[in-house]
Design a protein around this ligand. Structure first.
Ligand SMILES: Nc1ncnc2c1ncn2[C@@H]1O[C@H](COP(=O)(O)OP(=O)(O)OP(=O)(O)O)[C@@H](O)[C@H]1O
Ligand SMILES: [Mg+2]
Length: 302
C-alpha cells in the first residue's frame, strides 16, 4: 500500500517543524526515518496518521487523503505513537478488546488471540499493562497497531529504552510483522535502520536531507572523502598532519589515534606510508575506516 507525501509543511506558531517535505513510499518498503531530536520525525508521523493537520501540502495512503477530519484512511494504518501511551490500569486483553471496538471489528476474541500470538504476548495476557516490563508493553503497543490488519505501519521509535535482549526480540518482531506491509519507523539508532530497513530517509531541522537505500546512502558518504585511521609510536601533533596536502581534516579520537579525511578521491594510504618512512616514524595503524550510515548522519545533520 503506497504512501504519498507532497510538499508537507508544518508550522507551530512561528516555528517551522517541517519544510516542504515530499517523498513516496511503495508497497512493501520498510523505511527508516533518521534524524536528531527535534528534526520533525514525530510531527511527520502524526500528520501521516491523521492526528495532526499539516499547515500545507498533501499526504495520502492507498490513494486516500489523510486528514484529521476524515476517517476512511484509518483502516489502512496501524500506528505506534512515540512513548507508546497505554492505560496502565487496564488488563492486556481488556485493552485490546477496547481497540478492536474502535475499529468495529467482528470476531474480536479470535483476532485478539491472533495478535497476542503474533506479538508473543501470551504469557502476559492476563496481567495489567502497568505490571508489564517495557519490552512487553512495547508488544502491547504493536498488538494494538496490528489488530485491524492494516497494510501500513507507522512506528515512532519502537525500540527506544529497551535492553539489548528485548531490543533484538522487538526488532525481529518488527521484521516478522512487516511482511506484506509497508512500514515507516523512526529511530536514532543507525544499526537499526541498517538492520531492518531497505530505505533510509534522513530528516534534519524539518528538511529531507537524504533519501535512498542503505547502500546508496553509504556511497553518498564515500564520495565525501576517504577516512583513514593513522597511528605511530612517536609523538605527533595534529598540526603536522594537517600540513599534508592530501589531507583535508584531522581528528585525534584518542591520544595518538588520528582520523584523517582525504582531500580528494585518491587512496591516501600509500602517501601516508611514505610520509611515515620519510619522517622515520614507526607505523602502528594505517587502515581505512568503514563509512557507515552513522558517519553520513553526522555529516548531514551537523
Ligand atoms: N505541539 C507542539 N507545539 C510546538 N512545537 C512543537 C510541538 N510539537 C513539536 N514541536 C516542535 O517541532 C519540532 C519537531 O518536533 P518532533 O517531535 O517532530 O521532532 P522529532 O524528530 O520527533 O524529535 P525526537 O527525536 O526528539 O522525538 C521541535 O522543535 C519541537 O519542539
Ligand atoms: Mg519524535
Amino acid at each position: 500500500m503506497s504512501i504519498q507525501v507532497e510538499n508537507i509543511t508544518k508550522k507551530y506558531g512561528q516555528q517551522i517543524a517541517l519544510n516542504n517535505v515530499s517523498f513516496e513510499v511503495k508497497t512493501g518498503e520498510i523505511v527508516g526515518f533518521l534524524g536528531p531530536n527535534g528534526a520533525g520525525k514525530s510531527t511527520l508521523m502524526k500528520i501521516l496518521t491523521g492526528f495532526l493537520p499539516a499547515t500545507s501540502g498533501l499526504a495520502s495512503v492507498a490513494g486516500l487523503a489523510v486528514h484529521p477530519d476524515r476517517t476512511d484512511f484509518r483502516a489502512h494504518i496501524g500506528y505506534l505513537p512515540e512513548n507508546n501511551p497505554l492505560y496502565p490500569e487496564m488488563y492486556v486483553r481488556e485493552y485490546l478488546a477496547m481497540v478492536a471496538g474502535f475499529y468495529k471489528l467482528k470476531k474480536t476474541a479470535q483476532r485478539i488471540g491472533e495478535v497476542v500470538e503474533m506479538t508473543g504476548l501470551s504469557p502476559e495476557i492476563s496481567k495489567k499493562i502497568g505490571a508489564l516490563s517495557k519490552g512487553y508493553r512495547q508488544r502491547v503497543g504493536l498488538a494494538q497497531a496490528l489488530i485491524h490488519q492494516p497494510d501500513v505501519l507507522i512506528l515512532d521509535e519502537p525500540t527506544t529504552g529497551l535492553d539489548p535482549n528485548q531490543l533484538d526480540e522487538i526488532r525481529r518482531l518488527i521484521v516478522a510483522i512487516s511482511k506484506n506491509k509497508t512500514v515507516i519507523l523512526s529511530t536514532h539508532i543507525m544499526q537499526e535502520v541498517e538492520a531492518i530497513c531497505n530505505r533510509i530517509i534522513i530528516i534534519n531541522k524539518g528538511l529531507l536531507v537524504a533519501d535512498g537505500t542503505p547502500q546508496s546512502i553509504k556511497q553518498l558518504s564515500e564520495s565525501s572523502g576517504q577516512e583513514v585511521v593513522f597511528m605511530v609510536k612517536e609523538p605527533l601533533s595534529q598540526a603536522q598532519l594537517a600540513g599534508l596536502s592530501f589531507v583535508s581534516n584531522v581528528e585525534e579520537k584518542t591520544p595518538g589515534e588520528f582520523h584523517l579525511t582525504a582531500s580528494d578521491t585518491d587512496d591516501i594510504r600509500p602517501k601516508l606510508f611514505r610520509f611515515a618512512v620519510e619522517q622515520q616514524l614507526t607505523l602502528l595503524t594505517l587502515s581505512e575506516k568503514q563509512k557507515s550510515v552513522e558517519n553520513l548522519f553526522r555529516e548531514l545533520t551537523r
